[in-house]
Design a protein around this ligand. Structure first.
Ligand SMILES: Nc1ncnc2c1ncn2[C@@H]1O[C@H](COP(=O)(O)OP(=O)(O)OP(=O)(O)O)[C@@H](O)[C@H]1O
Length: 222
């Protein structure tokens, strides 16, 4: 199997001296292409810090992050931005939709920011898979939480990323809607050959994935 995401002795320390917080304290992790991994752990254990490092949103204090053969620590800010736009789809707990744009506009917004033409046939497939066809011209505040998260998933997938990073995507959803959202992520992951890494507090949700990685105090326990 091909490794698409890898960290080697990854460390992220905040502050100095006695007040140093070791958010990540030597993480060695390899993730296979096409897999769906859940990252679990108590509050403050380092989950979001790890996800941000994998997505090139933050710089390590030490160690390396290698994505598809590219060592992220070797990239400057501009290269990192291009890397993120091309390779990564981000999904957040709070959906982060733009309230003044309708569903379709939200989905294609990151592409337009990037000066890219949306692949309408491809996005049409995503929209259909996610059951959003009837909602394309609705505004986000007229949608349920589950529907808003499906829009956020469509937006994350629209740029055809090879990797999807999701930080508590079901954190605001009831358990049935959460199961639906995970089912959709699994389905789109398979359909579009994506690697998914998802943070969750919820063990039942984690059980639905291929692999569970547990973090405690910035270290991995599997
Ligand atoms: N910018 C920052 N400055 C200082 N400390 C930080 C910063 N970001 C995170 N930390 C600390 O690093 C540790 C790990 O934080 P992180 O957000 O990764 O945890 P988490 O497991 O995602 O938590 P939660 O489940 O509550 O979101 C925590 O102790 C946190 O307080």
């Amino acid at each position: 199997m091909e490794t698409i995401l890898q960290t080697k002795n990854l460390k992220k320390y905040y502050g100095t001296g006695e007040t140093t917080v070791k958010a990540l304290d030597g993480i060695d992790l390899s993730i296979e292409a096409g897999s769906f991994t859940a990252v679990v752990g108590t509050s403050g254990s380092g989950k979001s810090t790890l996800l941000n490092m994998l997505g090139g949103l933050d710089h390590p204090s030490n160690g390396s992050v290698i994505v598809g053969g590219t060592e992220l620590t070797g990239l400057n800010e501009e290269q990192l931005t291009i890397f993120r736009r091309k390779q990564i789809g981000f999904i957040f707990q709070n959906y982060n939709l733009i309230p003044v744009l309708n569903v379709w506009e939200n989905i294609v917004f990151p592409l337009s920011m990037d000066g890219r033409e949306p692949d309408e046939a491809f996005i049409g497939r995503i929209v259909t898979l996610l059951g959003l066809n009837e909602k394309l011209y609705h505004m986000p505040n007229h949608l349920s939480g589950g529907q808003q998260q499906r829009v956020a998933i469509a937006r994350a997938l629209a740029s055809k990323p090879s990797i999807v990073l999701a930080d508590e995507p079901t954190g605001n959803l009831d358990s049935r809607t959460s199961d639906d959202v995970i089912g959709l992520l699994k389905m789109t992951g398979k359909e579009f050959h994506q690697t998914i890494v998802m943070i969750t507090h919820n063990n039942d949700i984690a059980e639905l994935t291929d692999r569970i990685v547990r973090i405690e105090d910035g270290r991995i326990f599997e």
